[in-house]
Design a protein around this ligand. Structure first.
Ligand code: NAD
Length: 266
C-alpha cells in the first residue's frame, strides 16, 4: 500500500482528493491536514469529505513521517512552506496554481531531494491539449492569431488560470514566440490593431464553473477552436491520485503530468 498525505484536506480539491484516494485500492490515506484554525481541524477526514469515517483526523500541521507521497492543492505560500519542510523520504504531487517564478524555483529545489510532480492541470484531456496546441501553433502560419479564453468559478483566486498559462507556453513553443513578452490581456486599456507576435489571454469568472479552456486560431477565411471543459473537480483529483501512485518510490526529480501519462513518449 502506498501511503498518501493530503494538504488542504477540507478544501474543494482536498475533499475530492480524499474521495479519489479512497477509490484506488493501491493507495491508503495516512494523514491529512489544514491550516491552523480551520473548522475542520480535529474532524474525521472521510466524514468531512462526505464519506464514512476514515479514521484519519485532520491535523493542523503536516506529518511527513507517515507518508510516501503528499498531495498539495492549497495556496502558494502554503505550498512553498510545505516544499521547504518536506524531507527526501516523502515525494510530492503539487497542484496549487498562481505561484510566481521564485516560488516555482523553491519547488524545483525540493525536486533535488524528493520526487515532485507539479502540474497546473491533472486531467488527461488538458495534458493532451497542450501537446496538440503546440503542434497546431507550429503548423498554422503567423496569419493565424492565437487567443486563449478561460472560465472558472467566482471564488478562484488567480487569473489567468495556471492551465491557461501552460497552454500559453505551449503556443509560444510551437510558434517560436518569446513567452516573456508575448502575452496580452486585451480589454478597455489595450485596444487597436492586433500584432501577430502576441497571444491573447482572457479570464472569465462566474458561478460554479469548474474549468473551461478554449484556444482560438483565427486566420484568413477560417478559424479553428480547441475546447476543454472539466465537468467536475474529480477529474483533477483522480489525475493527482494517479500521479501519486506513479510517484511513490520514484527517485528525486522534477516530473510533469506528461511523464506520468506517458505522453512524452508519443
Ligand atoms: P480551496 O480554497 O477550496 O482549498 C484550499 C484549502 O487549502 C483550504 O481548505 C485552505 O484552508 C487550505 N490551506 C490553506 N493554507 C493551508 C496550510 N498552510 N496548510 C494546510 N492547508 C491550507 O481551493 P481549491 O479550489 O481546492 O483549489 C486549491 C488550489 O488548487 C488552487 O491553487 C487551485 O487553483 C488549484 N487547482 C489546481 C488544479 C490542477 O489540476 N492543478 C485543479 C483545481 C484547482
Amino acid at each position: 500500500m502506498k501511503r498518501i498525505g493530503i494538504a488542504g484536506a477540507a478544501g474543494r480539491m482536498g475533499c475530492a482528493l480524499v474521495r479519489a484516494v479512497k477509490a484506488r485500492p493501491e493507495l491508503t490515506l495516512a494523514a491529512a491536514w489544514e491550516r491552523p484554525g480551520h473548522a475542520a481541524v480535529g474532524r474525521d477526514t472521510g466524514e468531512w469529505a462526505g464519506l464514512e469515517a476514515a479514521g484519519v483526523q485532520i491535523l493542523d500541521r503536516p506529518d511527513f513521517t507517515v507518508c510516501d507521497v503528499l498531495i498539495d492543492f492549497t495556496a502558494p505560500e502554503a505550498t512553498v512552506a510545505l516544499a521547504q519542510a518536506a524531507t527526501g523520504k516523502c515525494n510530492l504531487v503539487i497542484g496549487t496554481t498562481g505561484l510566481n517564478a521564485a516560488q516555482v524555483k523553491v519547488l524545483q529545489g525540493a525536486g533535488e531531494r524528493s520526487g515532485v510532480v507539479y502540474a497546473s492541470n491533472f486531467s488527461l484531456g488538458v495534458n493532451l491539449l497542450a501537446i496538440l496546441a503546440e503542434k497546431a501553433a507550429a503548423a498554422l502560419n503567423a496569419n493565424y492569431d492565437m487567443e486563449i479564453i478561460e472560465a472558472h468559478h467566482n471564488q478562484k483566486k488567480d487569473a489567468p488560470s495556471g492551465t491557461a498559462l501552460t497552454l500559453y507556453q505551449a503556443l509560444c513553443r510551437g510558434r517560436g514566440l518569446d513567452p516573456a513578452t508575448s502575452e496580452k490581456y486585451r480589454g478597455h486599456e489595450v485596444t487597436g490593431a492586433r500584432p501577430q507576435s502576441e497571444v491573447g489571454l482572457h479570464a472569465v469568472r462566474g458561478g460554479d464553473i469548474v474549468g473551461d479552456h478554449t484556444i482560438l486560431f483565427a486566420g484568413p477565411g477560417e478559424r479553428l477552436e480547441f475546447k476543454h471543459q472539466a465537468h467536475s473537480r474529480d477529474v483533477f483529483a483522480h489525475g493527482a491520485a494517479g500521479a501519486a501512485a506513479w510517484l511513490a518510490g520514484k527517485a528525486a526529480g522534477w516530473y510533469s503530468m506528461a511523464d506520468v501519462l506517458g505522453l512524452n513518449a508519443q
